[in-house]
Design a protein around this ligand. Structure first.
Ligand SMILES: Nc1ncnc2c1ncn2[C@@H]1O[C@H](COP(=O)(O)OP(=O)(O)OP(=O)(O)O)[C@@H](O)[C@H]1O
Ligand SMILES: [Mg+2]
Length: 256
């Protein structure tokens, strides 16, 4: 699925008729089956941007197009995954994963088949009967990913989905995102504070400046897969992006 973000701007109303400009003139696009990593200082509008792409929030100016059609309401072709796991504690894993299908009145057979398929795709076999409290954080987040996948969205929007995980678990779940990408070919838009994660997963990086978020730079991640985090090219790109971000953070402090 092809995403076009065209001259997007967003202002929120403040007290006394003032407005807070959060996003300004954001333009980028994804090709089919691309993973885009979005990076930028805290408060620069990344979550707001994802919410607008998902149709949960209206832009003040500009527009978002999905395969050429304008987004103006929540779209079932988009799956959104947040930092919090948002699983329902009283349901077991299989029930959590199939909840969207249940809402759509899918048959029991379809539910069973998809729960099995998507749990195994995220590397979670044998926990269907368990409850969320019995799982580690990384497993819970995989359940959340499997739940989005059952609705077969063409695009996955992820807002710092792995921030709460320890590095080891985070590495494992990153591998399962790569496998998912290879198997399903979905377009993924990933907001993350981890430069390493962005360079590992993304085909392209969109770097936003401090609020109001503007496009600071778009970088093609031209590294072969499987990517080696210890390779010279990987480290050099990671350092380049880290430097960019720390300059942006310094510039935003100097503005205040
Ligand atoms: N519904 C809203 N009403 C008013 N202001 C909002 C609203 N949503 C977000 N904001 C403001 O917009 C700015 C950008 O918020 P946003 O959550 O998009 O930033 P972010 O880049 O995701 O930050 P972080 O990296 O900390 O998650 C913040 O100043 C926030 O207070
Ligand atoms: Mg955010």
């Amino acid at each position: 699925m092809r995403l076009v973000v065209d001259r997007l701007g967003k202002e929120f109303p403040k007290a006394k008729g003032e407005t807070l400009k959060v996003l300004d003139d954001i333009t980028f696009s994804s090709s089919e089956e691309e993973t885009i990593g979005i990076l930028g200082p805290s408060g620069c509008g990344k979550t707001t941007l994802l919410r607008i792409i998902a149709g949960l929030e209206k832009p003040s100016t500009g527009e978002v197009l999905l395969d050429g059609s304008r987004v103006d309401s929540p779209n079932p072709k988009m799956g959104m995954i947040f930092q919090e796991y948002s699983l329902l504690p009283w349901l077991n894993v299989a029930e959590n994963v199939s909840i969207g299908l249940e809402i759509r009145n899918a048959s029991e057979e379809e539910r069973r088949e998809k729960v099995e398929r998507y749990l195994s795709l995220v590397g979670l076999q044998g926990v269907a009967e368990n409850h969320p409290y019995e799982l580690s954080g990384g497993m819970r987040q995989r359940v959340a990913v499997a739940r989005s996948l059952t609705l077969e969205p063409a695009m996955l929007l992820m807002d710092e989905p792995f921030a709460a995980l320890d590095p080891q678990t985070r590495g494992e779940i990153q591998e399962s995102i790569i496998r998912l990408k290879e198997v399903t070919g979905k377009t993924i838009i990933l907001v993350t504070h981890s430069v390493e994660e962005a360079v590992f997963l993304a085909d392209r990086l969109v770097i936003l400046s401090a609020r109001p978020g503007r496009i600071h730079k778009i970088i093609l991640v031209d590294l072969k897969r499987p990517r080696d985090r210890a390779s010279e090219e990987f480290v050099s790109l990671r350092v380049q992006v880290l430097n960019l971000l720390s300059d942006l953070a310094v510039a935003s402090k100097a503005d205040r």
